[in-house]
Ligand binder design. Sequence first.
Ligand code: FAD
Length: 344
Amino acid sequence: MSDKIIETDALIVGAGPVGLFQVFELGLLGVKAHVLDTMPVVGGQCAELYPDKPIYDIPGIVECSGEELVANLMLQIKPFEPTFHLGEEVTEVKAIDDDWFDIRTDDDTQFRTRTVFIAGGVGSFQPRRLRFEGIAEFEESSLFYRVRNPEKFAGKRIVILGGGDSALDWTLALAPKADRLTLIHRRDEYRGAPATVDSMLRLAEAGQVEPIIGKVSGYKSDGDGITAITVNVGETEREVACDAVIVFYGLAPKLGPIAEWGLDINRKTINVDTERFETSTPGIYAVGDINHYPGKKKLILSGFHEAALAAFAAKERLDPSRKARLQYTTTSPLMHERLGIKDD
Ligand code: FAD
C-alpha cells in the first residue's frame, strides 16, 4: 500500500448534519472517522440553503438556526477529532475484498477504509452552469464557477453573472483588483443582503463597477478563451468584452457519482434495511436524506436515529468478537473517557 493512501476504520461521505452526527455516534463506540464533502464548508443543506432560518423540530432544542445547529454539532463531535477533507467530491467507492473499500476523490485523494457511511443528502451541491454550446471547454481558464485565488483576476476585465450574495460579495472583493468589472443580473432587484447591495451601488456610482440589467444571450471566443459576453438589454444586444467570466447562478444538488457505486438505488435514494441502515453492499451504510426505506421521512431527527443504529452495526463489523453494548452517556465511565469528561 502506498504512503499516499489514507487508511481508516470509517469514512463518511457528506458533512451535512447527519454526517456530522455520524462522527459522534461512531466516536461513542470508539471508532474514529474521516469526513469528506464536496462543499468547502460543513453543514450540508443547513449551511447552504437555510443558515439563518429557524428550525423548530430538533428534540430538546426549542429553536435554532441552521448555522447554530451545525456549530453545535461541530462542538459536540470535537472530542472525537474527526479529520475533514472539504472541497473534495468522492467519485469512487469500490470493495477490494471482504474487509476493505477503496475510495477516491476528484482531488486524487485515496483512502482505504473498513466501513463507509454515505450521508450524501440530496447529492453534492454543484454550481448551476451556463449552457451555451462549447462554453464548457473554457472552464477554469476564462470561465469560473468559484473563486479559489482572487489574485488570479488582478488587472483583468471581469464579468460576474448573478444577483445573489455570492455574486455581490465577489463583486465587492474583486472590483478594486480588476481592470474593469461588469455585473450582469437579469432583474433590477438583487437577492443579496441590503448592506452588500448598497456597497455595490456605491461602487457603481464611483465608476468601479458597471451593473447591467439584462439576459445573457451568448458569448464570443477567440478559440483560446472567452473574449466577450453578449447580453440583451431591452431590445438591444450589447457585447461586453472580458478576460474572465465568473458565474454565480446558485447551487443545485446532484446525486452525482453515488449512482455509480453499484448500490441498490431507488430513484435518487439508496435502499437500506431499518435495523442496520446498511445498503446492498455489506459494510456500506447510508444515513440521512440519501436513504430509502418504508416510511422514510427526510428529517434531521430521522437521520440522527439512523446514524446511531448504523454506528452499532459498523462496530460489530469492525470488531465481530465483541457485541457493541449500549451505554448511557450520563453514567458510563467509558463514555465519559471517550467524551473527554473527567469523573470525580
Ligand atoms: P445534507 O444536509 O444534504 O448534506 C449532504 C452533504 O453531502 C452535502 O454537503 C453534499 O455536498 C455532500 N455530498 C453529497 N455527495 C457527495 C460526494 N459524492 N462527495 C462528497 N460530498 C458529497 N429538516 C428538519 O428536520 N427540520 C426542518 O425544519 C427542516 N427545514 C428545512 C428547510 C429547508 C429550506 C430545507 C431545504 C430543508 C429543511 N430540512 C429540515 C431538511 C434537512 O435540512 C435535511 O433533512 C438534512 O439536511 C439532511 O441532512 P443530511 O446530512 O442527510 O444531508
